[in-house]
Write a protein that binds this ligand. Sequence first.
Ligand code: GLC
Length: 433
Amino acid sequence: MKYVVALLSMLLLSTALSQEPDSIKERRMRWFEDAKLGIFIHWGIYAVNGIDESWSFYNGYLTYDEYMKQLKGFTAAKYDPTAWARLIRESGARYAVLTSKHHDGVALWDTRQNDLSVVKKTPAARDLVTPFCAALRKEDLKVGLYFSHLDWSHPDYPHFTRTQKRYDTDSVRWQRFLTFQRRQIEEVATTFHPDLLWFDGDWDYSAEQWDAKAMRARIASWLPNAIVNSRINGYGDYATPEQGVPIATPKSRWWELCMTINDSWGYQGNDRNFKSPNQIIRIFVDCIAMGGNLLLDIGPKEDGTIPQEEVSVLKELGRWTKKHEDAVYGTRAGIPKEYFYGPTALSKDRTTLYLFVDGKPNGPLLIKGLKNKINRVWVVGNGTKLNPKVMMKMYWSQIPGLVYIDLPDHVLDPQVTVIAVLLDGPVDLFHEQ
Ligand code: GLC
């Protein structure tokens, strides 16, 4: 009977979610869409040797036992979640996502489902997620938690390494694994109440095998307002392109590019290939201009310190986002590149057009095909008023004139300069018949 009731309520919930009206989803997604920048944190025992998170044993770089020896070296001795949260705030991010459990199965919280946690198996010997969530909330940041569906350590998970499988088909074992996975997700959801659940590792099995639809419904019952990323076999809220993309605007209404700050997700001391603040800001600007978010990843050391190079990048990112906040938060995708050779964004009401200018132009900026009258142009974060010049506007023709804007050297930002163009109404572009 109990089972029937549970099943029925699950069915009702899943119908409720699939029928969630667009306007309710719009509301649920709003903080995310306005936030633009998040910080991803890959922290786990892989930081001890500074090797690939989980994949290093899966791909045979070292044995599973060697990988797990890192448990003994994970101390979290200098973990200062308050300092993390302050730095994240300073970077201009509005949310952060921490790996509560990566594919290696090592939980950063005191899971009741098994012993494989930093609490029970490492010198850190404490729950690292609770203070993280508290510190973020104190800084008014939204809390995101990453969770890997697949678990290469669990005796009932079929895959073990790339070449080894524990079993092929064994529905009892698989069901046992699903129960374990469901209970861990329930723990994460009901203990930490994240605003965002960031799943990963759904690729080995289909939505039916994972029972993803029911899981999504459970999440909605535990956390009705939470946002769920795409990696739950199609039952998520937004797309998660990774590294180096998107090149064109993703089809999905909501999306977030996740990207490493160097070439690694977790801390790897030998990876010196850090992107410069300029490279990161330009990619961030592309995300804004295409209407998406950037989730920039950092990898703290095993003791919880954030590498100095990453701190510097976050601080410079913070200088830039603070100065240009009007053009960042709450903006929407800009106008097509045919009208302005560069990234642009629009205010929510579409009456302010932001132009992102990379470097020092050789001549005036040019906007083509703009039907609106321009009320005012200024340099964002600096206030200098600029005087646009409209050329070739024929009074007898529908074709708008060319808008030229001279940009004096002294207003240029060392990274990307932003110009605000206030229009006489919502942006109106000319289309040739
Ligand atoms: C990939 C990798 C994983 C990493 C994730 C971040 O899915 O499997 O190691 O955590 O990307 O998006």
